[in-house]
Design a protein around this ligand. Structure first.
Ligand SMILES: Cc1cc2nc3c(=O)[nH]c(=O)nc-3n(C[C@H](O)[C@H](O)[C@H](O)COP(=O)(O)OP(=O)(O)OC[C@H]3O[C@@H](n4cnc5c(N)ncnc54)[C@H](O)[C@@H]3O)c2cc1C
Length: 242
């Protein structure tokens, strides 16, 4: 029987079924089990859409659900009892890369839109794109996006080679953190270099930024991924150069 409350269940309102990670023992490594639960099973209640910083860019909302005496049996277990953490990691590694691809596309689009504006708008006697402080932002943004693109590509290549998700995990942490930070930086800079226009919703950057800010928190905050990367380095498990 599952009892509990879960907030931030992305897309939970419209889903037909839910993947529920529940504690089945106190073992720190094998104490979690994944269950497939019918979204409309007795005891599953969709409490609300959580109001968040951004209006939804995609169709789904962030949901809060409660589970009150939801009956599950062996047929509902995904994998096996105690496999929860391992299966979650297996899913999260490639899932992070799909986030990265969407976020890279958004960052690239923001840079392209900025390029048009900065080549046109004149301030203090020259086009904005000719001011070195503006160029610094553009160059840093371009490098951050390119680095994120290469990290994403390398991580995807590792998966393609059939490497175990445990070996690839740290590389997906690196790509996810790099791309999330790059996206937030590019959008923040786009708002800044567009001035008052950037802060308005006449251009998409403010709306995109509100959406993008979640990237540094969802699927593990920056800090937790940085810990993963640092630990791998300390253990001599990071072969950085190809
Ligand atoms: C838009 C969105 C969608 C989400 N969708 C889902 C979903 O579908 N399913 C789901 O299960 N969850 C979902 N989440 C939840 C998300 O995974 C968590 O919010 C995230 O992992 C951070 O956990 P927390 O909120 O408990 O933060 P906490 O663990 O309370 O951490 C708060 C802050 O403390 C800092 N911090 C935490 N740990 C450390 C550390 N070890 N060292 C230094 N600093 C630290 C970080 O700055 C962190 O942001 C979603 C979240 C968001 C924002």
């Amino acid at each position: 029987m599952i009892n509990g409350r879960k907030w931030y269940t992305t897309g939970g309102r419209d889903a037909s079924f839910l993947l529920v990670m529940a504690r089945t023992s106190d073992d720190p490594l094998s104490g979690a089990t994944l269950f497939v639960v019918n979204r409309h099973a007795p005891g599953v209640t969709y409490l609300r859409d959580i109001p968040v910083m951004a209006e939804p860019l995609l169709a789904h909302r962030e949901g809060e659900l409660s589970f009150d005496g939801v009956r599950v049996g062996p047929q509902d277990v995904l994998g096996g009892e105690g496999w929860g953490f391992a299966l979650a990691q297996q899913r999260l590694v490639p899932a992070r890369l799909t986030h990265c691809m969407r976020w890279l596309g958004l960052a690239d689009r923001a840079l392209q839109l900025s390029r048009e504006h900065l080549n046109r708008r004149v301030s203090f006697g020259k086009r904005l794109g000719e001011h070195q402080l503006v160029q610094l932002k553009l160059a840093e943004g371009a490098m951050a996006v390119h680095a994120g693109d290469l990290m994403t590509l390398r991580c995807a290549w590792m998966l393609e080679q059939g490497l175990d998700h445990q070996e690839v995990k740290v590389w997906s942490s690196m790509a996810k953190t790099q791309v999330a930070q790059a996206l937030c930086k590019v959008l923040d800079d786009a708002i800044q270099t567009h001035g008052g226009l950037g802060y308005s919703d006449d251009v998409p950057f403010a709306r995109w930024y509100r959406y993008a800010r979640a990237a540094r928190i969802a699927d593990g905050p920056d800090e937790v991924h940085l810990i993963t990367i640092a630990r791998a380095l300390l253990k001599g498990r990071l072969q950085l150069l190809t």
